[in-house]
Design a protein around this ligand. Structure first.
Ligand code: KG4
Ligand code: ZN
Length: 339
């Protein structure tokens, strides 16, 4: 059964086709990041409008790359939530309507479940169970992946997502949106000990994160410095990055201990951060465990993870009704097991 997957929960339009025999047959992505850059963040209405423009052409392109026709499809999966309501509605309406027209089953997919299962698309896939750290512009979560369809959310952020904190700090230092990668680059020339920024929430028991206080601390420091030199900017970037990385590593260590797991999967755009990769690799090597950093194209928002998760659920006989439904807020614990 060849499954078409459609992702449209935020500012990336992703389309892919997955099947049992051939695996991932094609996957295409269109990122709107440039359109939102001038606003310093994602503008929901612009995101929805661009999904409307881009999704159908991307479906056609994906079918062409896979050398398939619409008639070859056996099912359609689309992101049902969580995410931006308007953006989700574009993928859900299109996916549901197309499935109706083709008389094939359709299913709405939980975006976070898709992220959790995306590492299984890699050549080097982790065995289950594993601990997942999802770190992107929209997510900061620690999730125990016990089995397919059986997930426990262990921690989330109380305020900003970690990528959001990188982007806002980068903006303070005059870097363009999204500034995470540029901030990491700038940090290479800086002294990570120059400023003592907080490691948020590490004194408290538990695993939750909070990054808005750290962001405010950086803002006050930059204000205090006034005419900031290039070296000072690099020092702020390095000190900020180190504070974030140390916090994430500490929480991962706690979560691995709490769950008795020795396998960690790191996903989301922030997983590209070299400092984070190095420190987590050290942590898992000290624990005699394994850390997985799936290819970035499967880590960030993409259609492949939706097609794959849809394939698993549709193959298990699950399908949704004819109504077009999205769930901008949707708890992972409400998911049915995949049998
Ligand atoms: O998963 P992703 O591509 O998109 C969504 O958030 O949906 O993640 C993008 C986030 C942005 O906040 C970006 O600044 C951050 O990942 N990012 C990084 C790095 N590369 C991308 N943050 C820190 N270090 C990096 N090298
Ligand atoms: Zn995502």
């Amino acid at each position: 059964m060849k499954i078409l997957g459609i992702e449209s929960s935020c500012d990336e339009t992703g389309v892919a086709i997955y099947c049992a025999e051939g695996g991932l047959l094609a996957h295409e992505i269109y990122s709107q990041v440039k359109d939102h850059a001038k606003f310093g963040g994602v503008v929901p209405e612009l995101a929805s409008r661009d999904h409307i423009r881009k999704t159908l052409p991307l479906i056609k392109k994906t079918l062409t790359v896979a050398r398939l026709d619409l008639a070859d499809l056996g099912g359609i999966a689309y992101t049902m939530g969580p995410g931006l309501a308007g953006a989700l509605l574009v993928g859900a309406s299109l996916g549901r309507a197309l499935a109706f027209a083709l008389n094939i089953p359709a299913i709405g997919i939980h975006h976070l479940e898709a992220h959790l299962l995306a590492p299984l698309l890699s050549q080097q896939k982790p065995a289950l169970p594993f601990l997942a750290l999802l770190v992107s512009g929209g997510h900061t979560q620690l999730i125990e992946v016990k089995a397919l369809g059986d997930y426990q959310l262990l921690a989330t952020t109380l305020d900003d997502a970690v990528g959001e904190a990188f982007d806002k700090t980068a903006k303070l230092l005059g870097l363009p949106y999204p500034g995470g990668a540029a901030l990491a680059e700038l940090a290479l020339a800086g002294d990570p000990q120059a400023f003592q920024f907080a490691r948020p929430m590490i004194q408290k028991a538990g695993l939750n994160f909070s990054f808005s206080g750290l962001k405010t601390q950086v803002m006050q420091t930059v204000k205090f410095l006034g005419q900031i030199t290039q070296q000072q900017k690099a020092d702020v970037a390095a000190s900020f990055e180190t504070a974030v990385v140390e916090t994430l590593v500490l929480k991962c260590r706690r979560a691995l201990k709490q769950t008795n797991l020795k396998r960690l999967v790191v996903a989301g755009g922030v997983a590209a951060n070299k400092n984070l990769r190095k420190q987590l690799t050290n942590l898992l090597s000290n624990l005699n465990g394994e850390v997985y950093f799936p290819e970035l194209e499967f880590c960030t928002d993409n259609g492949a993870m939706i097609a794959y998760t849809g394939f698993l659920r549709l193959s298990a006989g699950q399908r949704d009704g004819l109504q077009i439904q999205v769930k901008p807020r949707w708890s992972l614990s409400d998911l049915k097991p995949i049998q």
